[in-house]
Design a protein around this ligand. Structure first.
Ligand SMILES: Cc1ncc(C[n+]2csc(CCOP(=O)(O)OP(=O)(O)O)c2C)c(N)n1
Length: 341
């Protein structure tokens, strides 16, 4: 992976945007770290981490319009949902399975994000099922515009998945359909090189998932997933293309997974200590902080103040969710089957 020079290209992002992006990345990191502590304390059943993906997630989500675009995230996308407006306490409500969880009222697995108000579509645990859903939404948008005879809805469907998931049949089928009908879908592969313990070379015979896009008839772009500005720019270009009715794009963000796959995994059984140390060199948070400091956008005092404020937010979110009530057993069947409820 190359080291990037964010800001060397015209981004349209001002200093306020860059600090806002950094804040969301830091919030995602600190909230994620807290979840691991809660897990090790026996308070949270399951954690699946965004650490190493923050630049890709926050940068990409920053190019979307909350409440307008359809978002179909996967379990690692804490940075995405925070950027779109999910609050830290709402995230923690999901972790603790509380009634106040906006996704499912505490009945989904942790990190299976969803939020009706923000058009974040809830997901299944089998990996990749969100991809055909996104294409179905894209088809719906296209049909609506065709019936009107002009673009009355220029929303896009943004869907993400890992590189392991990209090998699944339904992902190929969904992309093929999106290519045929030129649907407004942004396919985002967050490639961290592993599907749990299986390295990329055992998952596919090519180097870049994005290379597959040519076979479906739309552009595929490889992006440094450690650079939030590059991820923002690539997503914005894909979004603008989709809004114009020109069809899908496949973005591949090359990321690192700084943690084990989940709180149930031990990556020391399949990664050497040297490798674990080496991926730390690609920590996107440290890289972006160094860039902002070098550009004079952030200094140590401002950074310390930011950390303090975000730590407070994380503390408050944890306390609020811990104290919140669980779902009422009487509502067990609500939203499970179509009925009168
Ligand atoms: C259909 C299906 N097969 C296997 C699993 C078990 N599983 C959960 S996550 C995962 C790895 C997915 O890897 P990748 O898509 O690369 O995403 P990453 O977790 O690395 O971000 C697997 C195999 C599953 N949930 N669903």
């Amino acid at each position: 992976m190359t080291d990037v020079q964010p800001g060397s290209v015209a981004t349209g992002l001002d200093h306020g945007d860059l600090v806002a992006i950094y804040e969301k990345m830091l919030l995602a990191r600190l909230l994620d770290e807290r979840q691991w502590i809660l897990n090790r304390q026996g308070k949270a059943p399951f954690v699946i981490s965004c650490q190493g993906h923050e630049a890709a997630q926050v940068g990409s989500a920053y190019a979307l319009t909350p409440g307008k675009d359809w978002i179909l995230p996967y379990y690692r996308d804490l940075g995405v949902v925070l950027t779109l407006g999910v609050t830290p306490s709402e995230v923690m409500m999901g972790l603790f399975a509380r009634a106040g969880d906006p996704n499912s009222g505490g009945r989904q697995m942790p990190a299976h994000y969803g939020y009706r108000k923000l058009k974040i579509v809830t997901q299944s645990s089998p990996t990749g099922t969100q991809v055909p859903h996104a294409v179905g939404i894209g088809l719906g948008i296209k049909i609506r515009n065709e019936l009107a005879g002009r673009i009355v809805d220029d929303a896009v469907a943004w869907v993400s998945f890992g590189e392991g998931t990209s090998s699944q049949g339904e992902v190929h089928e969904a992309m093929n359909l999106a290519g045929i009908h030129r649907l407004p879908v942004i396919f985002v592969c967050e490639n961290n090189g592993y599907a749990i313990s299986v390295p990329q070379r055992m998952q596919m015979g090519i180097e870049n998932v994005a290379d597959r896009a040519a076979g479906y008839g739309f552009p595929g772009v490889v992006v440094d997933g450690g650079d939030p500005i590059a991820c923002y720019e690539a997503t914005l270009a894909a979004v603008e293309r989709a809004r114009r009715g020109e069809g899908p794009t496949l973005l591949e963000f090359k990321c690192v997974r700084l943690t084990p796959h989940s709180s149930d995994d031990n990556d020391r059984t399949y990664r050497t200590p040297e490798e674990i140390k080496a991926i730390r060199q690609h920590d996107p948070l440290a890289r972006f902080a160094a860039y902002l400091q070098a550009e004079g956008i952030l200094n140590e005092a401002r950074e310390a103040e930011l950390r303090e404020r975000i730590k407070r937010l994380v503390n408050e979110a944890t306390a609020a969710a811990e104290a919140a009530p669980p779902p009422d057993p009487a509502t067990l069947l609500q939203h499970v089957y179509c009925g009168d409820q």
